[in-house]
Ligand binder design. Structure first.
Ligand SMILES: Nc1nc2c(ncn2[C@@H]2O[C@H](COP(=O)(O)OP(=O)(O)O)[C@@H](O)[C@H]2O)c(=O)[nH]1
Ligand SMILES: [Mg+2]
Length: 321
């Protein structure tokens, strides 16, 4: 039997920074609870304007996203900032205590009450991240996070979604394996605000950075005032280059503010969120229409389209009439 949910108490708890309330709210969101609209309303009322700075990290499995995330948590904590971490992995969600790649350091963070770490499974639904992530971000925002880091594996849809969700997107690459070319093919060279060539302790980091620089300058004609994505070489496992990475993240944050691009990104983010919710609602509605005999209107029309008795445009007209 499901525990009764007291939304106001949970949101109050989150506002006080209570880790269990934060975890429970994110679980409800992740599970697609029917209370999600109510939770979202309460969160927006509690938080007002989104305040936390959202940084997305994406790249192939094993490239060092979790290790980099952990190093960034340390860097932001050293400034006294509250940090939230959302690890979104559609293939292998983290469980329990073993959260991120660099276990020892992440466990240090796990006992730090200025850090909220949470993994989210997208339950294999395409677009799962799209609707759950904004709500999870709101929970962390209400909990007083200054910075939220989202780690997601680059496996198709998710990295594009993360770019739509984050203020700053970091794309990670590693030397060798023609990773820059792979990245170009995967389309992730269009989404990075900052590039990190991680594992720079290995051979080929300079070559990968050069290759990447060429692809970035070839692909995009740049105008004055536009952001030119920098490339930083890092060794996340030792912390080398992390200071520079943080400096570039800060520079991007300043650019977002000064150019007005940050505000536009947030409006765009809100627009896609509203659109996704409206489309989902309409799809459910379209499937719920009934014939006079109680049968599915959509199925009746579909049967006619399938036999050629009706064309699909007319069927859509009839369905929406
Ligand atoms: N040599 C080297 N290994 C690293 C570096 N960064 C991470 N690793 C290791 O690479 C492996 C994968 O790292 P992880 O952060 O889990 O990658 P993720 O799958 O992208 O999250 C781990 O064993 C890390 O310790 C680095 O800069 N240099
Ligand atoms: Mg990882």
């Amino acid at each position: 039997l499901a525990r009764p949910v007291d939304v106001d108490a949970l949101v109050d708890g989150a506002r006080r920074g209570d880790a269990r309330s934060v975890a429970r709210l994110i679980s409800l969101i992740e599970d697609g609870s029917p209370r999600v609209p109510e939770i979202t309303k309460a969160l927006v009322t509690a938080a007002g304007v989104e305040r936390a700075r959202v940084i997305g990290l994406t790249g192939s499995p094993g490239v060092g996203k979790s290790t980099t995330t952990s190093a960034l948590v340390s860097a932001f904590r050293a400034r006294g900032q509250r940090v939230g971490v959302l690890a979104v992995d559609p293939t292998s969600p983290f469980t329990g205590g073993a959260l991120l790649g660099d276990r020892v350091r992440m466990q240090d963070h796990a006992t730090d009450d200025g850090v909220f770490i949470r993994s989210m499974a997208t339950r294999g639904h395409l677009g799962g991240l799209a609707w759950a992530t904004p709500q999870a971000l709101r929970v962390l925002d209400v909990a007083g996070c200054d910075v939220i880091l989202i780690e997601t594996v680059g496996v198709g849809q998710s990295e594009v979604e993360i770019a739509a969700t984050a203020d700053t997107t970091v794309v990670l690459l590693a030397p060798g394996m023609g990773d820059a070319i792979q990245a170009a093919k995967a389309g992730i060279l269009e989404i990075g605000d900052v590039y990190a060539v991680n594992k720079a302790d290995r051979d080929g980091a300079d070559a990968t950075a050069r290759e990447l620089r060429m692809m970035l300058t070839h692909g995009q004609p740049r105008e004055a005032g536009q952001w030119r994505p920098p490339i930083v070489k890092t060794v996340a496992s030792t912390g080398q280059g992390i200071e520079e990475l943080v400096a570039e993240l800060d520079r991007h944050q300043e650019w977002l503010t000064e150019s007005g691009a940050g505000g536009r990104r947030r409006v765009q983010r809100a627009a896609s969120e509203v659109e996704a919710l409206a489309v989902a609602r309409f799809r459910a509605q379209a499937r719920s229409f009934r014939d006079d005999d109680g049968g599915s209107r959509l199925e009746t029309l579909a049967a006619q389209v399938a036999t050629g008795a009706l064309d699909p445009y007319s069927a859509a007209d009839q369905l929406t009439a």
